[in-house]
Design a protein around this ligand. Structure first.
Ligand code: SF4
Length: 435
């Protein structure tokens, strides 16, 4: 690590807590103005950022107005991201964005992101340096847990809580108990953070971490890229977790600096912190993994997968639409063409990623291989637009949910996988590993 270098910035070094705490407990305690919080305790905590999107913000705005709130608590600490149905897919989407745009203007919300500037929220917020280690972030979107990758406590809340937090800067939280995932070793070639989190969800189930904090520890953590950590924390909610969280190391600090985030506040779990359970995972043993319909826990590795022909692949979303994801997908596709009859949709998660991929020549490679490249949007991930499935169709997607009807017709199927597997499958015309 790495934390050695940053010891002087350790928040907890001078004030020993009365009882040992996990990272999550420490961040919540600090934001609740307490020395110690225990699992199950309900606290009121100050928030560093309140997030909403084009679907959830209009509901929160209606509640905000109904409650008679006159202003947002801090114009810099509210982020409104128009990402789900944009560029507006229909009149309703246009009206929702108009509602949020008007609210942002009226209250001087500084972090309002609209078409031309927008990206998928959980890729955009870290990219814009709006979150740092030690922050407490809430968002009216279940995948707000993504920022745990940067050593923040972040979690999804409902639109009513979003309204209250926009007005007061506070949120009620029940302190979660914790599960520890102790990682050793290193992931193999074309085995990524997506394979690891699918492996974990397959192992513990979609309710395996219900209202718990998933804390990732061990030497193996430092071998994971920040992009991998963002993907893993993003899917903590798919195991039912309240949050997922990683320790802060040199890679985190470098990422935060590169993106202009505030100075990190580093919290470390105490060595004797209590975990309800510890899982030990050797990263070198994790294999390319696919979640079959219709739950992220229905995982299989390729030795368990027969011939599954596909109609579409999607590479994008807050889970796997980052530059690293596009680089690996392009590498796998290089020298090949998308199989006849397969639609391959590539969606860079933000404008910056889009531009960087263009400058690197990746977009040309995708297009020449027979893919279509979309402007940043959540789009098909939630069955919104830009790649809806018909009855009986199968899609390999780098997204995070494969529930019934998630990407279109209730009788369509979504197979969750990494960008490498999605790219290999596009070429093969069926579910295929990257080799
Ligand atoms: Fe939600 Fe999908 Fe958008 Fe992520 S990409 S915020 S999971 S709709």
């Amino acid at each position: 690590m790495t934390a050695d270098k940053n010891k002087k910035t350790l928040v907890s070094s001078d004030t020993s807590p009365p009882r040992p705490m996990t990272m999550t407990q420490k961040i919540i305690a600090a934001h609740a103005g307490k020395d110690y919080v225990s699992p199950g305790e309900i606290v009121m905590a100050n928030v560093d950022l309140v997030l909403g999107n084009d679907i959830t913000s209009p509901v929160a705005i209606a509640e905000f107005d109904k409650a008679g709130a006159k202003s947002v608590f801090d114009r810099k600490k509210v982020a409104l991201v128009m990402d789900h149905f944009t560029p507006n897919k229909d009149i309703k989407a246009a009206e929702q964005c108009k509602c949020v745009r008007t609210f942002a203007k009226k209250h001087g919300v500084e972090n309002y992101f609209d078409t031309g500037d927008v990206g998928v929220e959980h890729a955009l917020i870290p990219e814009r340096g709006l979150v740092t280690s030690g922050d407490l972030v809430i968002g009216a979107d279940s995948h707000t847990c993504t920022y745990g990758a940067l050593g923040a406590f972040s979690t999804g809340i409902g639109s009513t809580d979003m309204a209250a937090a926009m007005a007061t800067g506070k949120v009620w939280l029940k302190v979660p108990g914790a599960l520890r995932f102790k990682l050793t070793g290193k992931l193999g070639r074309y085995v990524t953070g997506k394979d690891l989190i699918l492996h974990i969800i397959g192992m513990i189930g979609v309710d395996g971490a219900l209202y718990k904090s998933m804390e990732f520890t061990g030497e193996g953590v430092h071998t994971l890229s920040v992009s991998d950590r963002l993907c893993i924390a993003n899917m903590a909610i798919e195991a039912g977790a309240k949050n997922g969280i990683f320790p802060v190391d040199d890679k985190t600090i470098e990422f935060l600096k590169e993106h202009g985030a505030d100075e990190p506040r580093i919290y470390e779990a105490d060595p004797d912190a209590e975990y309800e359970k510890t899982y030990e995972i050797d990263l070198s043993e994790v294999r390319q993994t696919v979640a079959f319909p219709h739950l992220p826990e229905n995982t299989r590795t390729f030795d368990e997968i027969g011939d599954i022909p596909i109609d579409q692949i999607v590479i994008g979303s807050c889970t796997n639409g980052r530059l690293e994801d596009l680089i690996i997908a392009a590498e796998v596709m290089r020298g090949h063409r998308v199989a006849p009859g397969v639609r391959a949709i590539i969606i860079p998660a933000t404008q910056k990623i889009y531009l960087e991929a263009m400058e690197m020549g990746l977009l040309r490679e995708f297009i020449e291989a027979g893919c279509v490249v979309s402007t940043p949007t959540c789009g098909p991930c939630l069955g919104g637009h830009m790649g809806i499935l018909a009855e009986g169709e199968r899609c390999v997607a780098t997204t995070n949910r494969n529930f019934i009807g998630r990407m279109g017709h209730p009788k369509s199927e979504v197979y969750l996988a990494s960008p490498a597997v999605a790219a290999a499958s596009a070429i093969a015309g069926k579910l295929a590993p990257a080799i």
